[in-house]
Design a protein around this ligand. Structure first.
Ligand code: MRU
Length: 366
């Protein structure tokens, strides 16, 4: 995909392959800042404080975190035990996106037979790069499959604008390239289809207004930022043809954890017969959990993220307090949309319905 300026990915290794570079997404869209990460502690902070975010990118970051752990292990008396303990710390950095544990477990598996710290470093560096490339290819394929949904809607509307609503940021910033929910949109725009995206602002951290709007704008995709509560109204008036969202963890029975507010969009879509699709690479399926509502851990974050809001004032990014100084706030970062409200999944292997049988039909090997 083309973008106006560098960097082209949210994570990469620089000339010095012991330093991981990430876009500090907290600063976007007003400042494009790159943060160098040299230690596991720095990687954990980057994941927890959301310099890096979005399920696939959290997975890739976790994988690069294992490389940083391996580098640190070279200075340790018991390198293998130290490496494993650092991997456990990485896995605990954020609870909801299954990609983090998935990527770190892959690193543990790949290094199980390693006998020296040097071997650990080589294996984890290669694995992290491989996982990043796999996710790029997965997202590209999600785009290829998902564009067919948009094409069908475009044909039904005689080439009229297809209005797609999305929540949070499931774009290339959240992945490595293309994005999950945005990949079909980019593919549709590239195919000359007339698309327009309703971008939920996505309080409290405004990943939609800050990140999705920035991405779409740089790609020249028509879009409109709306409040989180506007989607139902737009659906009632026939102004949404399709909802596509990403996910942090989807059970193999089809329950979807995604950014808080996704469930309400799914309810509104169901009530208005608007198709509601979830785009995800197979790394975001949880092949163990069956009951999303009961089992998926939902992250609760600092209430100040709800109490405060950040924006540009006179050329400077400032944070302001919204509610009364002494009002408590609750910050539930994700919710679970039950499979019955999901029309289907767009995966790298194709599109399937939201049921255990349909998911396993696409992924018989899991
Ligand atoms: O808290 P965030 O910004 O990490 O939450 C991200 C989301 O909810 C995304 O929709 C999800 O991770 C899918 S990213 C392709």
């Amino acid at each position: 995909m083309q973008r106006a300026s560098r960097p082209k990915r949210p994570i990469w290794l620089g000339d010095d392959p012991t330093i991981v570079h990430v876009i500090d997404q907290r600063q976007l869209p007003h400042h494009l800042v790159v943060a160098p990460l040299r230690t596991v502690d720095e990687m954990i902070i980057a994941i927890q404080e959301m310099y890096v975010r979005g399920a696939p990118l959290i997975g890739v970051s976790g994988a690069y975190g294992t490389m940083l752990a391996a580098i640190a292990a070279t200075h340790h008396n018991e390198p293998l035990a130290f490496f494993k303990a650092e991997c456990d710390r990485l896995k605990a950095a954020r609870p909801t996106a299954v990609n983090l544990a998935w990527a770190v477990d892959r690193a543990l598996e790949a290094t199980a037979a390693a006998t020296s710290p040097a071997e650990l470093v080589e294996i984890t560096r290669e694995l992290a790069a491989d996982i990043a490339e796999e996710e790029v290819e997965n997202c590209r394929r999600i785009g290829q499959h998902g564009v067919e949904l948009i094409r069908a809607l475009s044909e039904r509307k005689d080439g009229g604008t297809v209005n797609i609503l999305t929540h949070c940021n499931a774009g290339w910033l959240a992945c490595v390239e293309w994005g999950t929910a945005t990949a079909p949109v980019y593919a549709a725009a590239a195919a000359g289809l007339d698309v327009h995206v309703w971008v939920d602002e996505t309080r409290p951290l405004n990943q939609g207004a800050r990140l999705t709007a920035w991405e779409l704008g740089r790609q020249g995709v028509p879009h409109t930022v709306i409040t989180d509560n506007a989607g139902g109204h737009l659906m009632q008036h026939g102004r949404v043809d399709l909802v596509i969202v990403g996910t942090d963890r989807t059970t193999h029975t089809g329950d979807v954890a995604n950014k808080i507010g996704t469930y309400l969009k799914a309810l509104a879509a169901h009530d208005n017969e608007v198709p509601f699709y979830v785009a995800l690479p197979s790394s975001t399926f949880d092949w163990q959990m069956r009951d999303g509502l009961a089992e998926i851990p939902i992250e609760e974050r600092d209430p100040d993220e709800v109490r405060q809001i950040q924006g540009l004032v006179d050329g400077e990014v400032r944070t302001v307090l919204v509610p009364p100084l002494d009002s408590p706030a609750g910050n539930y970062a994700f919710d679970v949309t039950p499979s019955r409200l999901v029309t289907g999944f767009i995966t790298e292997r194709g599109i399937c319905g939201a049921s255990e049988a349909e998911i396993h039909r696409l992924f018989p090997d899991k």
